[in-house]
Design a protein around this ligand. Structure first.
Ligand SMILES: C[S@@+](CC[C@H](N)C(=O)[O-])C[C@H]1O[C@@H](n2cnc3c(N)ncnc32)[C@H](O)[C@@H]1O
Length: 599
């Protein structure tokens, strides 16, 4: 038995198949990017990406690995239901493969103290939990939240058995030992056990009077006590408001746990029973002071209040039942219609509030109608959203544009006092770097401009793309002293020598070129040919990993690459075909020699 078989794991058809993803570059569509400066706190480097999320997450990996603080995903639930905007009917194994590949990348993107939230229904919950346990580690599963997403009404209410009104949110920490989520509270109804009032709370405590709350309210509202009681019955929010604005005077009396309190407190309780008309006080260092009357403890309503959305209200710690977030106005949120898929902004607010602070990165790779980006933006977080469907243009784009320009008044806009500002950049995935020519040979895609090729090669070779316009051979770096130069030119020995001299003994340079002549032997240069050097790295020419994963045979270049590399590898000394006139030995333009003619 192998070690693998000894551990608890979920298996399914196709589990062993793993895509060899091409790390694509992202192309900005500046016409669709949008920005508006409103204040100095505006954030502009948010990203909306149109395309398959597997390729998009791979594209983000180099820049964002370990940086994202909160990932919320709401993938297709695999219910077989025909949703208007996407195909939700993947069969189970396919769905698991699809999720596994994405979750593995998401795990890499998550910060060491980051949090993953996966929104799911009961259909795949069990399978998804085991899958996530495998990727994140079971000890890092922190909660399973039940989210009330509907009521027992409509056609589903007549189905046999229980009416399903819940979805679930699985929460994982990347590393529970480093995980420190923000403590959240939910509002709850006024606790009517707080039914006493201290009118003269500003006096010394020994002089405090304690009267019934209704009496105090009647005086405040200039009513008789009888009328006040009638008003409270017909308009309970009136007294709620009175209590909220006099929370330091509203109290209740509670019997203290005599055995559990300190010796000093016990002595004071005894003394208070002997002096029933005065309030006794015991100051304490790390806890609220004790006040006793007739042997009972005075509890203040103000100590129960928590700040929720800028208001002090009675609160209790957030539990795993989220039944307070259903929005009656959900269909209007963001002014986009996304039936069944759209989640309430208040839900995303809670997720983001729990796991991030302003400026942190939030990622949603199943963007839908754009809820996550909209809420993250209103909460001044940085965000990345990926959406494959056309609704990236028809829903996400207009929704986020109106968040930025301050026109979206829906959802959580008022809770955070959002007024607009900031921006986002709209990207699509670049096409595959390689394509086949009419003879079936792999060549660099004709759609690649010189800058794109340089950026793509940086990504493939693990360099940071940062072209230096002063130094023609510097397209990026991996360290302070290690650089990369990308050109489709056929470099002569003289050109290579010239570049080697420019680089000097203290630095190293990887040259990715169309071809080279001679046998380069420079200690500071490594010379590779494009595309041979990268052919075997990954699957080329595959754009959609979302559906029909098993049907579509990927274009696998590895075998061909091996064959080519053995005859035509990076160190081939003599270029085949017609020799080109060597270029002069001088600094070339930054992207010199990368001309599509030569492809
Ligand atoms: C349930 S919806 C998300 C709804 C979203 N939470 C909201 O509030 O609007 C799931 C979304 O995932 C998108 N999706 C499915 N497969 C995808 C893929 N491979 N890449 C990117 N997006 C994908 C679908 O197009 C759909 O919009």
């Amino acid at each position: 038995m192998t070690n693998r078989l000894k551990r608890l794991e979920l298996t399914w058809i196709g589990k062993e198949d793993r895509p060899r993803l091409e790390p694509r570059i992202l192309l900005e569509d500046e016409e669709l990017s949008y920005a508006k400066r409103v204040s100095n706190e505006d954030i502009f480097d948010n990203r909306l990406i149109h395309g398959d999320n597997l390729l998009a997450l791979k594209a983000l990996e180099q820049e964002f690995a370990g940086k994202v603080k909160c990932i919320y995903i709401d993938p297709p639930f695999n219910t077989g239901q025909a949703f208007e905007h996407y195909d939700d009917g993947l069969e189970h194994s396919l769905w698991l493969t699809l999720m596994r590949d994405r979750l593995e990348l998401l795990h890499r993107l998550l910060a060491a103290d980051g949090t993953l939230f996966v929104h799911i229904d009961d259909n795949e919950l069990g399978y998804l939990t085991v899958l996530c346990d495998e990727i994140f580690g079971r000890p890092n599963r922190t909660s399973l939240v039940t989210f009330k997403q509907g009521a027992a009404t409509g056609h589903k209410a007549i189905n046999p058995g229980c009416v399903s009104t819940a979805n679930y949110i699985l929460i994982y920490a990347k590393n529970k030992e480093l995980w420190a989520p923000n403590r959240l509270f939910t509002a709850r109804e006024r606790d009517d056990r707080y039914n006493q009032f201290i009118p003269n709370v500003d006096d010394v405590h020994s002089a405090w009077e304690i009267v019934p709350l209704t009496k105090a309210y009647a005086e405040h509202a200039s009513l008789s006590e009888k009328d006040a009681r009638a008003r409270i019955r017909s308009n309970p929010e009136d007294i709620d408001g009175f209590v909220a604005s006099h929370a330091d005077q509203v109290v209740r009396l509670a019997r203290p746990d005599y055995k559990a309190v300190s010796k000093e407190a016990r002595a004071l309780i005894d003394e208070s029973k002997k002096k029933p008309d005065v309030v006794l006080h015991l100051p304490r260092e790390d806890h609220k002071d004790f006040y006793f009357i007739r042997g009972e403890r005075i509890l203040f309503y103000k100590d129960k209040l928590k700040e929720i959305d800028g208001q002090l209200v009675a609160g209790e710690p957030l539990t795993t039942i989220w039944d307070d977030l259903l929005s009656n106005n959900l269909h209007n949120e963001g002014d986009v219609n996304f039936p069944k898929g759209k989640k309430p902004e208040a839900l995303l607010k809670r997720v983001i509030e729990m796991s991030t602070k302003p400026g942190d990165w939030v990622l949603d790779s199943f963007g839908g109608s754009g809820t996550t980006g909209a809420v993250a933006h209103k909460m001044r977080r940085r965000w990345i959203m990926v959406e494959l469907g056309e609704h990236c243009h028809t829903h996400c784009l207009p929704r986020l544009t109106s968040v930025v320009n301050g026109r979206d008044e829906s959802g959580v806009t008022s809770a955070g006092g959002w007024q607009g500002g900031g921006g986002f950049r709209f990207f699509k995935l670049a096409p595959s770097l390689l394509e086949k020519d009419k003879w079936g040979n792999w060549i660099v895609s004709k759609q690649y401009k010189p800058e794109m090729l340089a950026e793509a090669m940086c990504k493939l070779e693990g360099f940071r793309y940062a072209p230096n316009h002063e130094v023609f051979w510097n397209h990026g770096h991996s360290t302070e002293r290690d650089f990369i130069y990308v050109t489709t030119q056929n470099l002569s020995p003289d050109q290579l020598r010239f570049i080697s001299e420019q680089v000097g003994p203290e630095r190293t340079l990887l040259i990715c070129c169309g071809a080279f002549r001679g046998k380069p032997n420079f200690p500071n240069l490594t010379v590779k040919k494009i595309p041979q050097a990268v052919l075997a790295r990954c699957e080329w020419g595959r754009d959609d990993y979302s559906l029909n994963v098993t049907e579509q045979a990927p274009v696998v270049a590895a075998e061909e690459a091996k064959a080519e590399a053995s005859t035509n590898n990076g160190m081939k000394t003599k270029a085949s075909g017609r020799r080109k006139k060597p270029a002069p030995m001088q600094a070339l333009p930054l992207f010199a020699g990368i001309d599509n003619e030569s492809k």
